[in-house]
Ligand binder design. Structure first.
Ligand SMILES: CC(C)(COP(=O)(O)OP(=O)(O)OC[C@H]1O[C@@H](n2cnc3c(N)ncnc32)[C@H](O)[C@@H]1OP(=O)(O)O)[C@@H](O)C(=O)NCCC(=O)NCCS
Length: 274
């Protein structure tokens, strides 16, 4: 798809990952090249870029969790190409794809910069979501959890998340084994600037706290944790573990409202993943 200025929309490819990483780094985001590759593994046919002047200048990803829910993320435009309709074109492409696939609900976590555009496209605010962080040194190694087979992650995750994201959980498990206790789990992964805590799903605040404590205790690096301020237990834990709120985004949805159980979700998987 070409526009008059010679730019074209096409799918994100493996060899675009360094350029895509440069874009997210320029925006100050924490994603790594491995995070971009994860998006490709999840959604090879719905991660889009705009190529202009022989370079990737804008990106948008759409990850589908069956037909029930799709997640928009990595809406980024290179600074010198902003306000030329790049993000609008990519989002229109992603929404067309979602509609063609019969996706019931599309969600995203919007920065203040992105929000006006999403509102124009029919997204409505659902609730606030916050980035909390804990200072520390650079990320060296993230502790791995212990393998446990008794209950599949899918079983624990399906009801609170509201859609099947087992492929995502499998891919995250390949990167780092989650920590498990009773009917709760916690993932952690390296980030560009800080380590990333999440997703964490737990039936009780006590189990969530113990998982998080276990994960943090042997580390000296900085951490990021994205949580729902509505989940007071998550907020209290974050504060007790030395985290402080860093920025606030708005979770937005388009299509059928899909209730998720944020009381059981102590940490999301990422703003680009849900
Ligand atoms: C947000 C962002 C992706 C917009 O990209 P873009 O290619 O410049 O967006 P577009 O040119 O398609 O703009 C579409 C509309 O969005 C709104 N918009 C875009 N940037 C805006 C800004 N800085 N302030 C207010 N509204 C803005 C406007 O309504 C704009 O339409 P207009 O130019 O006709 O007024 C870009 O600024 C960016 O990469 N920001 C940093 C990362 C980020 O916050 N991404 C959003 C994640 S949710």
């Amino acid at each position: 798809m070409h526009e008059g200025d010679g730019s074209k929309i096409r799918l994100l490819r493996d060899d675009d990952v360094p350029a895509a990483f440069e874009l997210s780094s320029e925006a100050g985001w924490n994603q790594t090249e491995a995070d971009w590759r994860l998006l490709l593994a999840l959604a090879r046919k719905s991660c889009f870029v705009i190529e202009a002047d022989r370079q990737v200048v804008a990106t948008t990803t759409l990850v589908c969790y069956e037909r029930k829910l799709a997640w928009i993320g990595m809406v980024l435009t290179k600074r010198e190409y902003r306000r030329r309709g790049m993000a609008r074109r990519l989002l229109a492409e992603a929404m067309t794809q979602a509609d063609q696939m019969g996706i019931e609900t599309t969600k995203l976590d919007a920065t203040d910069q992105g929000r006006p555009l999403y509102e124009e496209l029919g997204f409505r605010a659902e609730q606030k979501i916050e980035r909390w962080s804990r200072p520390g040194g650079t990320v060296v190694q993230i502790p791995a959890g212990v393998r446990a087979q008794e209950t599949t992650l899918r079983e624990l995750d399906l009801t609170p998340f509201g859609a099947d994201r087992s492929l995502l959980l499998d891919l995250l498990s390949e990167r780092n084994t989650p920590t498990r206790v009773s009917r709760s789990f916690l993932f952690a992964r390296p980030g560009r600037v800080t380590a990333y805590l999440g997703p964490c799903v737990s039936e009780t605040p006590g189990a969530a706290r113990s998982l998080i404590k276990q994960c943090l205790q042997s580390t000296t690096c900085g951490w990021s944790w994205d949580l729902f301020p509505r989940n007071q237990d998550a907020v209290d834990s974050a504060r007790n573990f030395g985290f402080a709120p860093q920025r606030q985004l708005t979770r937005m949805f388009r299509g059928k409202p899909l209730q998720q159980n944020e009381k059981a979700m102590y940490a999301i998987a990422g703003f680009e993943l849900g």
